[in-house]
Design a protein around this ligand. Structure first.
Ligand SMILES: [Zn+2]
Ligand SMILES: [Zn+2]
Length: 389
């Protein structure tokens, strides 16, 4: 057994968490939407309303406050009175507290959030930051990103991935004064997970567990919808390789909804694209060639003498994956593809199937991520000091 692995095994059993998860994460809500005005209503519990850091009022279920940004200031209306402040905050007095946000813009949806809210203004846009316990945030992300119809075991998988991602990316928005945004740039978060009770329970069952590599660094827990039968190496898609993002075969996802796709592209567009890439089109035999992508996932799309990166073809024609073959159909090119997404790391539909077949979240994570460890996040420093010795 590898020395480090041996140490990990010993200490994983010997150590118990030193404390409970009390860490809060700051998430910017309605990021990028230039939200100017929003209504807040206390849904549950008791809040203290702070104006410029000073306690201003006690709020309970049903109480509401209107908030608007005006030239860098926050204009708030409470009990029919309108006032201005540099910043306001809603401080939850317990752990069951919830509030609703209803943006004035019809395009934005109302959501329910837990714990605290900090409100500032940048120009005429509100900056809303939800300060929320890590695992409540994780449960919200799992529901937003994975949906509400999966097995309990699969939700454990997604919880660990989401937690690992959040902790590995705490500096992503440090310049703006919060940890993460609520959009795909970070992880999609629409507030409280509320459509499936299994999600918060799965988050709780895996509390504090994170994925680390052999150097006890939090991993980049990449995942995509369906790998099409074989995952890709990180360097096949991105510039850098990662020891744990290594191609593995996957038969689990082949029976799932996103395993296959097809698309027809007018030949004019197809050749226009090849011409832009300096593909030698003067040779007429090439026009008749059946372009193909070799059956063993190759990174390059080619006709034997000239190649184009398949990810380039994918982004240009907005294809579901970069795993496909191309056939000449006369007026059109017929593309038959497999999978959905970049194909690196965990395959969501493969993992959903594995969980349904009774595999454990540990088996699933170790299947898709090579040579990783699942450890309690509070013990990371301890394990790091052990390998530095
Ligand atoms: Zn972000
Ligand atoms: Zn797959």
């Amino acid at each position: 057994m590898h020395f480090r692995t041996y140490l990990l095994v010993i200490f994983l059993f010997a150590m118990t968490p030193l404390m409970h998860a009390t860490d809060y994460i700051k998430v910017n809500l309605y990021n990028g939407s230039s939200l100017r005005s929003v209504g807040l209503r206390i849904h549950r519990g008791a809040y203290v309303f702070l104006v410029d850091g000073k306690e201003s009022a006690q709020l309970n279920g049903g109480n509401s406050v209107q908030l608007r940004a005006e030239q860098g200031k926050v204009v708030y209306t409470i009990n029919g009175k309108q006032k201005t402040a540099t910043g306001v905050a809603f401080q939850a007095q317990g752990h069951e507290e919830e509030f609703l946000l209803r943006p004035a813009s019809q395009k934005l949806k109302e959501h329910k959030y837990q714990d605290h809210l900090i409100v500032k203004a940048r120009g005429n846009a509100l900056v809303l930051v939800n300060e929320v316990l890590l695992d409540k945030y994780v449960a919200g992300v799992v529901e937003a990103e994975a949906g509400a119809r999966h097995t309990h075991e699969y939700y454990k998988v997604q919880s660990i991935i989401s937690r690992t991602y959040a902790l590995a990316n705490l500096n992503r928005h440090s310049a703006q004064g919060y940890h993460l945004c609520d959009q795909v740039h970070c992880q999609v978060y629409h507030g409280k997970a509320r459509f499936n009770d299994s999600i918060p329970l799965a988050t709780k069952a895996t509390e504090d567990l994170v994925l680390v590599d052999q150097d006890i660094q939090l991993i980049t827990a990449a995942f995509s919808s369906n790998c099409g039968g074989k995952t890709l190496n990180a360097e096949d898609v991105w510039s850098q390789s990662r020891s744990y993002l290594v191609s593995v075969p996957d038969t689990f996802c082949l029976v799932m909804p996103n395993s296959h796709w097809e698309k027809r592209i007018p030949k004019v567009q197809w050749y226009g694209f090849l011409k832009e890439r300096n593909f030698p089109l003067e040779d007429t035999t090439r026009h008749e060639a059946n372009f193909y992508f070799p059956s063993d996932k190759n990174r390059y799309f080619s006709d034997t003498t000239f190649s184009i990166k398949s990810s380039d073809v994918r982004s240009n024609f907005k294809l579901r994956s970069s795993f496909f073959t191309v056939q000449d159909e006369g007026e059109q090119m017929y593309l038959i593809g497999r999978g959905f997404g970049h194909g690196v790391g965990l395959c969501q539909e493969g993992a959903i199937r594995m969980a349904a077949l009774g595999k454990s979240y540990r088996d699933i994570l170790h299947y898709y991520y090579t040579d990783v460890h699942l450890i309690d996040r509070k013990n990371i420093d301890f394990f790091r000091s052990e390998i530095e010795r």
